[in-house]
Every structure is written in C-alpha cells, then in structure tokens.
Design a protein around this ligand. Structure first.
Ligand code: GLC
Length: 718
C-alpha cells in the first residue's frame, strides 16, 4: 500500500490538527440521538460534530451505521477540512452486524478457532460494506466469574481457548491485507485484566497478583496482538491502584517495550476522564496528561485530548515527539486500511453475512448437559409443547452487543420448531414473563403439557440480563420461570430445557427436574432453525463448556485450572481440607464438558515413554470408542499438571484440543505430542521457564474426567 508520505503530511499539520487525529467521537448521541450502549456524556449536535470534522479536530466516528451516512460524513472530512485526512469509522461489531451470530462465549463453546475466523471474515465483509473500517473486537478478557455481565463477550475461563479464539478472530476480521475493502481492523480489548473485576462487578478493581496476571490474564491479549491486531483498547479497571487507561507499566512497559506492539491504543468510552472518578487524576487536564504520557494514543468520546493536549504541549508537560508518535500510529493505520487512496472503501459492496453460516455457527455452540433416556433427538411424530418466555419472541435472541442487529429478520424458537415439525405439531405457550408471573400462564402451560409427549421449556436470561453493566449477584434462573418449570414437571411425560444465557447459571433444580438440558446461549438471527436442527437430530450437539457451571453462586469464581492448596479435598474428604461444609466441592458441570447423540468412551491415556528428554517430544495417545451406533464429533482435550514447580502450577492446564470423528460403533486413536514449551510458564523476567521433574498428563473429555499418566521431563544434558 503506497498512500501519502506521512512524514510530509505530519509536518504540515498544526498542533490542533495533530490532536484531532487522537480524538474519536461517538455517533450514538450526535447522529442517532439515542444512547443505547454507553452513558450519555455531553450532547453535541451533529452540526457541532461536523464543525469539528471540518476543522480537522476528529480522527474518526464510531457506531455510525449506514453506507450513505458514512459517505456523507467522510465527504465532509475529505473535501471540507484543510488537509482532507479521511476519518476512521469504527463500531462495536462484536458478533455480527445485521446478521447476528452467537455471542463470543457461545462461539467459544464451539472450540473451533478456524470456524470462528470464518465467521469473523463474513462479519467483516458485511460491516465493511456499510462503511466500517474498524471493529472494537475481539474481547480477549479471561473470565472466571459468572457474576460478571460481560462473560458473554469473553471466551471463558481457559487461557489456551481464549488465546486461540482471540488470534483466530483477529485473523478473520483483518485477513492478509487490511487494504482489502472487505476487511476490518481488529481491536484487542479490554487491556488489561477487565474480566477479573472483583466480585464479578463490572468496572470494579481487579485484584490480581503479577503471576496470575502473567499466567492467566495476559496471554489472550498477547495472542491477539501477535496475530496482528491493529488497535488495543484499554480497560475501565485499575490494576495495582493505577487505572489501566493511565498505566505506563501496561501501555508502554508491557505493550510497547516488551511485546513490541506497533498499532495504536484507544481508551474505552470515557475511561480516560474516568481516572478522575477513580481518584487518580485531580481534574481533566491532569487526566489528559497522565493518560497521554502513560502511552494512550487516542481518546474515545471524552474529548479530553482536544480540550487539553495543546495547552499541555505549550506548557511543556507533554512533548511534540510523543504527540507525533501517537499521530503517526493513527495515520499509519489509516494508510494500512487504504483510506488515503479510497476514503470510501467498501461502501459500494454491501455483502450481507450468510444466513446459512449463521445457522451453522448457531448449531455448533449449544452444549448438551443432560439427555436422560435419550429424550433427544425428539422422536418423529412426537406431540411437542414449547413453553416459556422465550418460546415465541424475537427480542431476546441476539444477546448483548448486537446493536445493529435486525430482530425482525430473526428466527425464534416457535418458528424454527414449527418449520421443522410442521404446522400444528407444536403447541406454544408463554407460561410466564422473563422475570415475573403471567396471569393464567401456568394454567395454560400445565394444560398444554398434559397433552404433549415432550415439553420443551425455553428458559433463562433475557437480553438485558447479560452484557456490560449487567453483573448479577444471583446467577439463578428467575423465580417465575422456576415456578413454571415446577408446575409443568408435575404433569409432563418428558421435559427438555433450552437454557438461554450469556453466562454459567446455577441450574441444579432445573437439571434435576429435566430429562434433558441444552445450553443454547444467545445464538442470534438463526436461533430457531439451529435449535430445531439439534432437537430433531438433523445435527447433533457438539458444544463444550467454555466456563464451569457452579453448584452455588457462593463458589464463584470457580474454574478448573485452580491450585491444589496444602489440604486438597476429594469428594467425602474429612474436615480440615479445602472444601465447603454446605456445598459439594467442584462445579455442577465442568469446563470442557458436553454430551452428544451417541456415546464415546475414553481408554487409558498412554505415554510412549516414562521420560521426556529435555529437548525431546513426548507422544501420548488414547483410544476413543463409540458404542451407541451413532457417528460422534468428539473434542479430545489434553491436560497437563506440573507436579512440583518453583511456582505452584494449576492442578490441570489445557494444552491442546482437537476434534475427532468417532464412527458409529467404531474407534479412533487420539495422538498428541508434548514439547517442553508446553510445560513452561512465565518466569516473570520476560521469558518462559520449564523445569525438569514429574508431570501428569490426561487425554480427557473435560477438565474433571480421566486418569493421568505420569512422565518425567529429564534435565538438559549436562
Ligand atoms: C463500551 C465497552 C467497549 C465498547 C465501547 C464503545 O463501554 O466497554 O467494549 O467497545 O464502549 O461502545
């Protein structure tokens, strides 16, 4: 990509024009009037924003959708400002634009990074066709606390899975060449440690030791940056008493000096000005100075840099060199996107994302937690009653961060199931509201349940119950829904629960009263078709849990890669061991767990040798056998435990996962190779450390199953 001589352009820019390249404005308020996804800061009229654009005081606009609106605003920037520098159009295109795909946590349940990249590529093609250049995705926040509302936007609790998904989605959005008009620049967010919000409360401080941050929370961000993400967005939280948005340690020491990140950093929405509320900056001028000098390149929505950087420069509190560095990073991104050559890139090629791909994506995510008596797939000709607040509705299919989704295009459960089973084959009853009773609802539901061979209960979270600023202290299913389920259970022959959710929920009672439980997350536009495909057996469930489902909210945060403690507790352990006295230890359903139609059993994990040479490779294998007469897609998971290390290691760590097709009544042999780096961990000096000694290794179907085999990593040849 050629583009202009950026040094020459920089030399022509006034200080205000340079600062303008660091000022990102929100379209939420200016152009749409409504502010749907962020707090309302200051109402600037579209005219005021356009005046700023003409003055060269704006670098980009975000969440302005619609090709013609983008074209109009870009034309003003290019033709009516002094230097004609094109604007960046960014957006929260998190899991789809008009065609909505499953939320990221659901996609992570698919455990398929290559497929996630394919989805991201399709989403990029659709969004770029509406004039967008830059998506504020993927989120790479590790999440181990289901109380946090943005669990839905994470890829769950596991470092490897979250890292693979972050890298894959960056590659999918960006492709090989950002100047391709169907590509989007990706953003790794929210840097750093946002998912560790204390008590699962959004925006709260993140209390993380340096080693926990390094071992668990930083690798997914690093993976996305190493995959080439063009931008990094800072997080709302503080770390060690310093807001991430104003942290030199994070934004310069780690991101630039250690990781070599060359793109630009952008604040989260007003997070630079919020360093005042944090109790870090005393006023907006100091906030601007401390964020800028920490390494924050661009401010989002606050207007802080436009207000204060010129005076800070004149007062010698920031340097022209530092200013030029930030401006150059932004200009380089615009050139990489091809905007100087074609500011209207993509605008003439609207490529709606494929509904077939959305349906396939939605089919891959649901996790079958229970299927007693093989109640699923539904028997042909079965009389079905579809009951619950999500039986027939189009407003709660997409989940959070689907701000451009067109609900009218969405296929709800009733439509999907009726299309699959035929008119009249499905009785549909609401039964209750999402979080309160419905007059006569239970009576109608019980009446329908009596007549049905199978009751399908469509329960869980509404759209408003997960997402940003939707943390929950109680992660159960609303009481009105439980009352409906209990009443239906008294008369139903068979009960299948479809659990819609953006997070793990406490579902012990529901799991007990149901014959089958299918976690359907928020699946997006093709929800109804995808779920019907699974219920009828047209496709088989293959999702695996990306986060542990707790027995009780009191266990949270709960995750498999925990430490043993000095008094490990096994089921039935006596007192004085690491356990609760009122709740059984461990999750109700573990990370990696998921059933399918058909049954696969795992043979013993076998290692080819008891010793692994320091510079060698160890091969481990395991036989998978299907015994139910159905082909099964099985996710074999490789876990490792470093038995004794200078820094305690988790009792299990996922080191690899791979899908295998296990033929009906047949077997396949799973083979993984372990290298020393798979056994290493951060040495906290910028390198990685592996230590000779004993390791346990499992090939298992989830993070709790299986028996390990032990091997020794030999010391280097002396
Ligand atoms: C929000 C979110 C961030 C989003 C940004 C712009 O507060 O934290 O993920 O990209 O603001 O909408």
């Amino acid at each position: 990509m050629d583009g202009p001589d950026l040094e020459f352009l920089l030399d022509r820019m006034t200080v205000e024009e340079k600062v303008g390249q660091l000022n990102l404005v929100s379209a939420d308020v200016a152009w749409t009037g409504a502010n749907t996804i962020n707090p309302t800061l200051h109402f600037e009229t579209p005219q005021e924003h356009l005046a700023d654009i003409r003055a060269g005081h704006v670098t980009g606009v975000f969440n302005l959708a619609g090709a013609e609106r983008v074209r109009t605003v870009q034309t003003i920037a290019v033709e009516e400002s002094r230097l004609g520098i094109p604007l960046l159009f960014g957006a929260d295109v998190i899991h789809g634009l008009r065609t909505v795909f499953p939320v990221p946590l659901a996609e992570a349940a698919g455990f398929d990074p290559a497929f996630a990249a394919e989805v991201a590529s399709a989403v990029a093609a659709e969004a770029s066709g509406e004039g967008m250049h830059w998506t504020f995705a993927p989120g790479a926040d590790l999440c181990r606390d289901a109380r946090w509302g943005r669990a839905m936007e994470s890829c769950g609790e596991d470092v490897l899975l979250a890292s693979c998904m972050a890298a894959a989605r960056v590659s999918g959005f960006q492709g090989e060449d950002l100047s391709d008009p169907q590509r989007l620049m990706a953003t790794i967010k929210h840097f750093a440690g946002y998912g560790a919000a204390e008590a699962g409360m959004d925006y709260n401080t993140a209390e993380l030791s340096a080693t926990t941050l390094a071992d668990h929370y930083l690798p997914p961000y690093r993976a996305g940056i190493d995959a080439g993400a063009g931008a990094v967005m800072t997080s709302f939280n503080d770390l060690d008493g310093v807001p991430a948005t104003a942290s030199p340690a994070l934004l310069t020491g780690l991101l630039r000096d250690r990781w070599g990140f060359r793109g630009f950093t952008v604040s989260d929405y007003n997070s630079d000005a919020e360093t005042i509320a944090h109790g870090f900056a005393s006023d907006r001028r100091e906030a601007a100075m401390r964020c800028f000098n920490a390494g924050l390149d661009m401010c989002m929505a606050s207007g802080l840099y436009l207000e204060h950087l010129p005076a800070l420069l004149a007062d010698g509190l920031i340097t022209m060199e530092r200013l030029d560095t930030s401006v150059m990073r932004v200009l380089q991104a615009k050139r990489a996107l091809g905007l100087f050559d074609n500011p209207y890139r993509g605008l003439d090629a609207v490529a709606p994302a494929s509904r077939a791909l959305a349906r396939e994506a939605a089919r891959r995510c649901p996790v079958l937690l229970k299927n007693a008596g093989d109640v699923l797939p539904l028997a042909p000709g079965a009389a079905v009653a579809l009951i619950g607040p999500f039986a027939r509705e189009q407003s709660h299919l997409n989940g959070a961060w689907a701000i451009f989704g067109d609900n009218n295009q969405s296929v709800d459960l009733a439509t999907g199931l009726t299309n699959a089973l035929g008119q009249g084959a499905v009785a549909v009853v609401q039964g209750c509201e999402i979080d309160r009773e419905l007059h006569g609802g239970i009576d109608a539901a019980v009446a329908a349940a009596r007549e049905a061979d199978v009751v399908i209960l469509a329960l869980g979270e509404g759209q408003h119950m997960s997402g940003e600023s939707r943390s929950r202290a109680d992660i159960g299913v609303p009481e009105a829904q439980l009352a409906l389920a209990r009443a239906v259970h008294t008369v139903a022959k068979r009960v299948v629960i479809l659990l819609r959710t953006g997070r793990p929920l406490v579902i012990g009672e529901l799991a007990d009263l149901a014959d089958a439980v299918l976690v359907t997350w928020f699946l997006g536009t093709e929800t109804g078709h995808a779920v019907a495909d699974l219920l009828t057996g047209k496709a088989a469930p293959r999702g695996r849990l990306p986060m542990s489902f707790p027995r009780h909210v009191g266990q949270v945060p709960i995750f498999y890669a925990r430490k043993a403690t000095g008094r490990p507790a096994a089921p039935g352990s006596p007192i004085f061991t690491a356990r609760y006295i009122d709740v059984e230890n461990g999750p109700l359903f573990p990370f990696g767990f998921g059933l399918s139609y058909g049954r696969v059993s795992y043979g013993p994990t076998e290692a080819d040798a008891k010793h692994m040479p320091w510079d060698g490779v160890l091969t481990v294998r395991c036989a998978l056998t299907e015994a139910d007469g159905r082909d099964v897609d099985e996710l074999a998971q490789l876990y490792v435990h470093d038995v004794a290390a200078r820094r305690i290691r988790p009792i299990r760590e996922l080191k690899a996962f791979r899908w295998y097709k296990v033929p009906a009544n047949g077997s396949v042999t799973v083979i993984f190779e372990i290298k020393r780096d798979d056994l290493a961990f951060d040495d906290m000096q910028g390198g990685r450390l592996a230590e000779p000694g004993a390791f346990d290794i499992w090939i298992a179907p989830d993070a709790q199953s299986g028996r390990p085999v032990r091997f020794i990593l030999d010391p280097p040849e002396s």
